[in-house]
Design a protein around this ligand. Structure first.
Ligand code: PEP
Ligand code: MG
Length: 551
């Protein structure tokens, strides 16, 4: 029996037959061109242009997260520096095939040396080189398999061009030998809820047709399971499916401490799915999603209709509505259309609302009217609050409109560090870990080149969360988490240990988080959290939590 180890994505488990990704094209021969430099240059240029066009076409067809990655690949295929490198080799007498192979390999080595996010992009570069070579040789590019039955896909790493074409309903699990937790394969697995183990170095030795057990929770691939192990895996698969299908009770720790599990929503139409997945209410309703792309502020009537629809789906339950969060990743022209060099540091969130107080007042009016017409427990909060003064401004304004529970999002280190002062004026705090990570780590959350910094496991981010948790406990005020961090089952336990009293997430994450927190007492969660705060970096924090959770 052999167990391969890698990094599991999510908590799922799957069994099935291995199908390997078609092997790479062989390395071209290093021989002198008989065609001459001019002809080779034209061949190389034509192939690179054609591959770029093909990737762009795939990008347009893919949409979503895959579109951005494919567009970036299309640009690399025609990158002027790479083209110059190819030309330089052709001028020395190389064939177009060798020149492309060698120039891309040089670029790959540079990226790998840099490591981190860029290192994990190295596989993207190999994929583009293979596509150009295939084009030059007139053969089909190595692509994803389609065996006609469900399978466990084993690959070195999946490039965006592959996953865009993958028939996901046939994929039982993904296993890669390269790539880490921020690789494209990992992103895809998280987004689509596919069982995956990435970076399992020995996966290259798996053969077609072998039945394997892929256990993401353990980060393992068992390539010679016994019949008992297969039965146990089948039972876990069935019980996960059953848990997903049955309406869940309220979230709680192993000692019974209640932790509300809430949904992040962007439109009222998604409410039914959230309820079906066991959401106890809404922890973040992103009102700006209703109006992205609008050139004019929405009317009170338009807003009231949307809020009534939302609140009606959660009668008697808590619904936290965030006031319009304009700026940076969520542009709203009617609140701020000025050009800013650093929009994430600009007139955004509550700053933009305050600059257009009439729009803020209209939104509060619409919320108060919807509240009066329905029986949900409406809480309102302001986005990106930085100062105590801003907190007092917003909460007193909300009360003016009769909104009884008014709080703030803690997304900026300043408000986390002064959480005790902030919470003196607010009924509750909700920590937006996406922005809190961006501002703590000084890394634009939209920039792929610094994506390695955007990790909420970083102890610097978690120490700020502790500040807010401690202040909430001292003042007896609720502290929620509504960033992506709450959707990570183990990090959710850490956040509770740091003082979070509710967790809000994409509805698809609710059942794994519910299961994870139910396995730890409050005392456990505090012990795990304490170990994490002593780490030097995000990877160390994760490892400390895994270790502490097992003892
Ligand atoms: C956050 O920043 O963590 C958050 C929940 O808000 P958004 O992602 O919408 O900025
Ligand atoms: Mg935010």
């Amino acid at each position: 029996m052999s167990i391969l180890r890698g990094v599991g994505i999510g908590q799922g488990i799957a069994t099935g037959p291995v199908v390997r990704m078609a092997p790479a094209l062989p390395e071209p021969a290093h021989e002198t061109s008989t065609r001459g430099a001019d002809a080779e240059r034209v061949r190389a240029r034509e192939a690179m242009t054609a591959v770029a066009a093909d990737l762009q076409q795939r990008a347009d067809a893919a949409g979503g997260a895959a579109q951005d990655v494919l567009e970036a690949q299309a640009m690399i295929a025609e990158d002027p520096t790479l083209t110059d490198e190819v030309d330089a080799r052709i001028d020395e007498g190389a064939t177009a095939e060798w020149a492309v192979h060698d120039a891309f390999a040089g670029f790959r080595a540079t990226l790998e040396a840099v490591g981190g996010y860029l290192g994990e992009r190295a596989a993207d570069l190999d994929d583009i080189a293979q596509r150009v070579l295939a084009r030059l040789q007139g053969v089909a590019a190595p692509g994803v398999p389609d065996p006609g039955h469900p399978f466990v896909l084993v690959a070195r790493d999946l490039a965006p061009a592959d996953t865009a074409l993958l028939k996901l309903d046939q994929v039982l699990a993904l296993v890669t030998s390269d790539g880490g937790p921020t690789s494209h394969t990992a992103i895809l697995a998280r987004e689509k809820g596919i069982v995956a183990v990435v970076g399992a170095a020995d996966a290259a030795a798996l053969t077609d047709g072998t039945t394997v057990i892929v256990d993401a929770a353990a980060g393992t691939v068992n390539d010679s399971p016994t019949s008992e192990e297969l039965t146990a895996a089948a039972e876990r698969i069935a019980s996960r499916a059953a848990e997903d299908a049955t309406p869940a009770g309220p979230g709680a720790l192993a000692d019974g401490t209640p932790i509300s599990l809430l949904a992040n929503l962007g439109k009222p139409a998604d409410a039914a799915d959230a309820v079906a997945r066991g959401a106890e209410g809404v922890g973040l309703f992103r009102t700006e999603f209703l109006f992205l792309g609008a050139s004019q502020a929405p009317t009170i009537e338009q807003q009231r209709a949307a809020y009534v629809e939302l609140l009606s789906a959660f009668e008697g339950r808590k619904v936290v509505v965030r006031l319009l969060d304009a700026g940076a990743d969520k542009p709203l022209a009617f609140l701020n259309d000025a050009h800013e060099e650093n929009p994430a540091l600009g007139l955004r969130g509550l700053r933009a609302l305050r600059a257009s107080e009439d729009i803020l007042r209209e939104q509060l009016t619409a919320l108060a009217e919807a509240d009066a017409a329905t029986s949900a427990d409406l809480w309102v909060m302001a986005p990106m609050v930085t100062t105590v003064e801003e907190t007092a401004y917003f909460t007193s304004l909300a009360k003016e409109y009769g909104l009884k529970t008014a709080g703030v999002m803690v997304e900026v280190p300043a408000s986390a560090l002064l959480a005790d002062r902030v919470l003196a004026h607010a009924d509750f705090a909700s920590i937006g870990t996406n922005d809190l990570t961006q501002y703590t780590m000084a890394a634009d959350r939209l920039l792929g080149s610094v994506a390695g910094f955007q990790d909420p496991w970083h102890p610097a981010v978690l120490r700020l969360v502790r500040e807010v948790g401690d202040a909430g406990a001292r003042l007896g005020k609720p502290v929620g988490i509504c960033g992506e961090a709450a959707a990570d089952p183990l990090l959710a336990v850490v956040l509770v240990g740091l003082g979070a009293t509710s967790l809000s997430m994409a509805p698809s994450a609710l059942s794994d988080v519910r299961r994870s927190i139910s396995q730890h007492t409050l005392e456990d969660a505090r012990r795990i959290a304490a170990s994490v705060l002593l780490a030097d970096d995000a990877a160390g924090a994760r490892a400390a939590a895994v270790d502490a959770a097992q003892h």
